[in-house]
Design a protein around this ligand. Structure first.
Ligand code: SAM
Length: 217
């Protein structure tokens, strides 16, 4: 076996990535080799990269409108931004990450995948970029995550944050921080039903619309 060989893609990967499956495979190989060497991914993750990281991230595409711009905040090794860009060539994706080493790795990997993705070194709270959809995975507790992400969302857009199964409790725990943010709408969605044994849990959030004066009782 080639030292760069990783476990084969699961059958569902073909329908998720279509003709970009070879690029997805290349990304998995890089995560399993240079990604581990550079400390971006734990060595124990290599056997479960496809399902737990790649397909799991790609399935959130069902919450993203056609042709949307996307900022993936705290992208790390490109998750979920790179699987999204691979699964949905119509999206305009920016990977945002403050750590220099992670940025260097992303700048090395992205050109090998044949995808048009911007890599931006920035902290979310200092960024001036805006997008229709702001994604993240494992970024921060929901209060801080929304304080960082909502200002990057264009009017009419949304935050799509990958979260654990305990998200409903997390929302309750952080309700005071959410009140300070103007009580954004937070909906919990499951993505990848019929594709993943355990669908991905996602918090979708958007600012509460202000009622126009005189528009109701
Ligand atoms: C636990 S890692 C998750 C990485 C990736 N999203 C994943 O799921 O594998 C959190 C990432 O958020 C980044 N981060 C931390 N604070 C941030 C901030 N203020 N703005 C943007 N990214 C931040 C970290 O550098 C790190 O790469």
């Amino acid at each position: 076996m080639d030292s760069r060989e990783t476990c084969p893609p699961p059958p569902v990967a073909g329908s998720v990535f279509g003709d970009r499956l070879p690029a997805a495979h290349r990304y998995v190989q890089e995560l399993a080799t240079t990604g581990v060497q550079w400390g971006l991914i734990g060595p124990r993750e290599t056997d479960r990269l496809w399902v737990r990281h790649i397909v799991n991230c790609a399935v959130i595409e069902e919450l993203i409108p056609q042709g949307a711009s996307v900022i993936d905040v705290g992208s790390g090794a490109g998750l979920p931004g790179i699987p999204l860009a691979l699964a949905r060539p119509d999206l305009e994706v920016m990977l945002m990450e403050p750590m220099e080493r992670r940025i260097r790795w992303l700048e090395m990997i992205v050109p090998q995948l044949g995808i048009q993705v911007d890599v931006r070194r920035a902290r979310a709270e200092e960024a001036t970029d805006r997008a229709d959809v702001v994604t993240s995975r494992a970024l921060a507790p929901i209060g801080k995550l929304l304080a960082w992400s909502l200002p990057l969302v264009r009017p009419g857009g949304r935050v799509v944050a990958m979260k654990g199964r305990s998200i409903e409790g997390e929302v309750r725990k952080h309700r005071r921080e959410l009140a300070e943010l103007g009580n954004p709408v937070v909906e919990v969605r499951r993505c990848g039903t019929g594709i993943l044994d355990e669908p991905a849990t996602v918090a979708v959030a958007y600012p509460r619309r202000r009622r126009r004066r005189g528009s109701g009782p």
